[in-house]
Design a protein around this ligand. Structure first.
Ligand code: GLA
Length: 391
């Protein structure tokens, strides 16, 4: 299954493949989208603000309950199938691609859910490892379908937080709540401002005439999961040194006044705090700019966000910098920045609609010439959040 499969075909694909595999029909299909993030990077675990949008690329899962305790799992993306018992969810000898699908029933069982065996077929078109949150999409799609099978009524926020628990308690990644939350609550043509402390979500319309273009550098995160945890820890240490609960609780002026309370360089805490605090402020300004259709301000905020992620937060790499700067210098580009956790993946650019295609072509051509890598660009349409189809 490739990233080029149209999303509207995925529901049919998983149902047909389910029938072929198991000889009967699924009862439910769950789905959950990947995401882009306009601005608000590495702010979610600081109790701050983020402004992501769900995209029209998603993971679909066809499912039916069984009468025993066996899970039969088929992945069209990994072209694999595996069977395991509900008592075997933590078995590390099972294939790595089955980790997320095992994590969901594991957390549900921790919550005391009345689990049973099930047959599952999974397929998606969210690019993997590019910063589009394909793993959150898998988690949330499975949560949608399994909670429907078990008739467990949960709010969209509760489903998202369950996905976050899968990351924290099963996969071992100390992520924030952005990816699962936007996957669960996305809205067509809107970005969603998420207050990661209160979990309040506010839709913000994306102005007409603006295209969201993603520019995948073709690089992938490798061996840097520890870097993510290290950033989170440094932010928590900075908050503790400032005597506040999280970096959300101080503004740019307050931080400057108190900067010497943080460990001095070469310790990284001042740089990390400066990024997180200003990025939070930029995210709130970006919401105002979008509401007023002020794309020049929106673009400048995105460009500043990139510099800050690169220089202060140190989560960019050369390829992301090159892609961002190539995009930013195009006259029809309002702004561009690296997206997601960093250390590889994609850049997001906001571009005048009429120039979208020629922009993507020019930037990817120059990028390829400069780096020798094969990039990939696509126009991301802000789409709906996760859900379930009862058949
Ligand atoms: C990853 C994490 C998110 C968030 C971003 C950075 O995508 O899963 O929770 O922290 O990085 O903004």
């Amino acid at each position: 299954m490739s990233g080029n499969t149209p999303t509207q075909e995925l529901a049919t694909i998983v149902q047909e493949s389910f029938h072929k595999h198991f000889g009967y029909s699924p009862s439910h299909v769950g789905f959950a989208p990947g995401r882009v993030n306009l601005i608000g990077e590495h702010t979610d675990y600081n109790d701050g603000f983020v402004l992501p949008a769900a995209i029209d690329k998603a993971v679909y899962v066809a499912a039916r309950l069984r009468d025993d305790r066996t899970i039969n799992l088929v992945s069209l993306d990994y072209e694999g199938s595996v069977s395991f018992s509900l008592d075997q969810l933590q078995d590390h000898s099972l294939p790595a691609w089955s980790r997320y699908p095992r994590g969901v029933p594991f957390i549900l069982s921790q919550m005391g859910a009345p689990l049973r065996g099930m047959d599952l077929v999974v397929a998606g078109n969210v690019p993997r490892g590019g910063g589009f949150s394909s793993s959150a999409a898998i988690e949330v799609a499975l949560i949608e379908v399994i909670t429907a099978l078990l008739a467990m009524p949960l709010t969209q926020a509760q489903k998202a937080l369950l996905g976050v628990r899968v990351e924290h308690e099963f996969v071992g990644i100390p992520c924030g709540i952005m990816d699962q939350m936007i996957s669960a609550v996305g809205q067509v043509d809107h970005a969603i401002l998420i207050d990661c402390r209160t979990q309040e979500t506010t839709p913000v319309p994306i102005p007409s005439g603006v295209s969201i273009i993603t520019l995948d550098t073709g690089t992938r995160r490798e061996l840097v999961e520890g870097e993510y945890g290290a950033r989170r820890r440094q932010c928590e240490e900075a908050a503790a040194a400032l005597g506040i609960k999280a970096l959300r609780d101080i503004g740019p002026v307050g931080l400057i006044e108190n900067l010497e309370k943080l460990p001095a360089p070469p310790q990284p805490h001042r740089m990390r705090a400066l990024h997180a605090v200003h990025e939070n402020a930029r995210t709130l300004k970006a919401v105002e700019a979008l509401r007023q259709g002020d794309m020049d301000t929106m673009g400048k905020l995105m460009n500043l966000s990139h510099i800050s992620l690169s220089d202060l937060y140190e989560v960019s790499i050369k390829e992301l910098d090159i892609m961002a700067y190539l995009a930013q210098r195009e006259p029809q580009c309002f702004g561009a920045r690296m997206m997601g956790g960093g250390f590889g993946g994609a850049v997001i650019a906001l571009v005048e609609d009429s120039a979208a295609e020629s922009f993507a072509e020019r930037v990817t051509r120059s990028y390829q010439r400069m780096t020798g890598r094969t990039p990939a660009a696509f126009v991301a349409k802000a789409g709906r959040g996760s859900g379930v189809i009862t058949l």
